[in-house]
Design a protein around this ligand. Structure first.
Ligand code: NAD
Ligand code: UDP
Length: 350
């Protein structure tokens, strides 16, 4: 069977780069488009190296998704079997400060992509949604049927895009769409050659812990110690980035093999909740570094406990996460210790 052609938007970013590597390793041909607004081209060079001979099956175009003509050109050169759509801005705090930037980039980018896909007869899509659409869940584990809400413009872009996908599929049954709701991706490729490299001050827990461990920041602020949880700190469902990438391959297989998939949504998590302090302890064990802590109040908008029900993905995608928090911290530390300044240098960071 001829190799499948997959377009990956945002494929230079954290989740994209790990997924692109797995796609190449599994024999897919991959075209990546990314405007590099939140990523470094070094990541894609490293993916090519890690992929060995399969690295020849990757091509990269520095394109903004909203550039319709550039996008059309990419579609006119290759007939894609499916698109995995990661590209988007993702910083919650920034989305509150700059809502129009987020609506413009994430919504117009996605609508342009969907229009160009339809024009070229490519109607198979995997989209990066987020557990953020569960808001502050009334109960856990979160199942895909829960009611949805958004606490900020970033979350609203995910909700709107999910709705757009459901709408277009309803009126045109040729569309096959899988919406993946990620929980908290952490860790790095076991080689330590690619990993997460956020610009500026990290918003998320693990990149922040990592920067404390390598001496770039003096302490971690723990947001909230009075939650109704085992130790008072917030609980999340952390998932190893390799498992998450693997979940995309499972979704892609389902999309290609199931003619009646329609528009389906799946959680990608582990189904287990871990507190902030448990994560800090696991990281200290993996790295041998002490993480100084400052206990502070709750961060506005944060939920208390969020973790996934994995029943649907296990049943229908035949997929489940393999790694636990010890492996997540081991691989995060391996990446951090080999690349304390990410893909850049001390001069290129704030
Ligand atoms: P990332 O920022 O590392 O990757 C996103 C990539 O998209 C970047 O390389 C960026 O340069 C690119 N991009 C942004 N806007 C673009 C545009 N208009 N045109 C072309 N490229 C553009 O983020 P990530 O962590 O890899 O996340 C990927 C996707 O998964 C995002 O949609 C994000 O919202 C979603 N998601 C992430 C998490 C998480 O915790 N990392 C959780 C849930 C959902
Ligand atoms: N958190 C923290 N200090 C930080 C960043 C995050 O205590 O510097 C906590 C946060 O309050 C939450 C958990 O770590 O309970 C995970 O936060 P993250 O932003 O990584 O994920 P999200 O809240 O979006 O699920």
């Amino acid at each position: 069977m001829a190799a499948k052609n997959i377009l990956v938007t945002g494929g230079v970013g954290y989740i994209g780069s790990h997924t692109v590597l797995q796609l190449l390793q599994q024999g897919f041909r991959v075209v990546v488009i990314d405007n590099l607004i939140n990523s470094s081209e070094v990541a894609i060079q490293r993916v090519v190296e890690l992929a060995g001979d399969n690295g020849n099956n990757l091509s990269f175009h520095q394109i903004d998704l909203r550039d319709r003509e550039a996008l059309r050109k990419v579609f006119s050169f290759t007939k894609f079997d499916a698109v995995i759509h990661f590209a988007g801005l993702k910083a919650v705090g920034e989305s509150v400060q700059k809502p129009l930037l987020y609506y413009n980039n994430n919504l117009i980018g996605t609508i342009t992509l969907l229009e160009v896909m339809a024009d070229h007869g490519c109607k198979n899509l995997v989209f990066s949604s987020s557990a953020t659409v569960y808001g502050w869940p009334k109960q856990v584990p979160c199942t895909e049927e829960f009611s949805l809400s958004a606490a900020n413009p970033y979350g609203r872009t995910k909700l709107v895009i999910e709705d757009i996908c459901r709408d277009i599929q309803k009126t045109d049954s040729e569309w096959k769409i899988i919406l993946l709701r990620y929980f908290n991706p952490v860790g790095a490729h076991p080689s330590g050659f690619i990993g997460e490299d956020p610009r500026g001050i990290p918003n998320n827990l693990m990149p922040f812990i990592q920067q404390v461990a390598v001496g770039r920041r003096p302490f971690l602020t723990v947001f909230g110690t009075d939650y109704n949880t085992k130790d008072g700190t917030g609980v999340r469902d952390y998932i190893h980035i390799e498992d998450l990438a693997d979940g995309h391959i499972a979704a892609l297989q389902k999309l290609i093999e199931d003619p009646s998939i329609g528009c389906e949504v799946y959680n990608l998590g582990t189904g287990k909740g871990t507190s902030v302090l448990e994560m800090v302890t696991a990281f200290e064990k993996a790295s041998g570094k002490k993480i100084p802590l400052i206990m502070d109040g709750r961060r506005s908008g944060d939920a208390e406990i969020v973790y996934a029900s994995m029943k649907k993905a296990e049943r229908e995608l035949n997929w489940r996460a393999k790694f636990g928090i010890d492996e997540m911290c081991r691989d995060q530390w391996n990446w951090a210790s080999k690349n304390p300044w990410g893909y850049g240098s001390p001069d290129s960071q704030s």
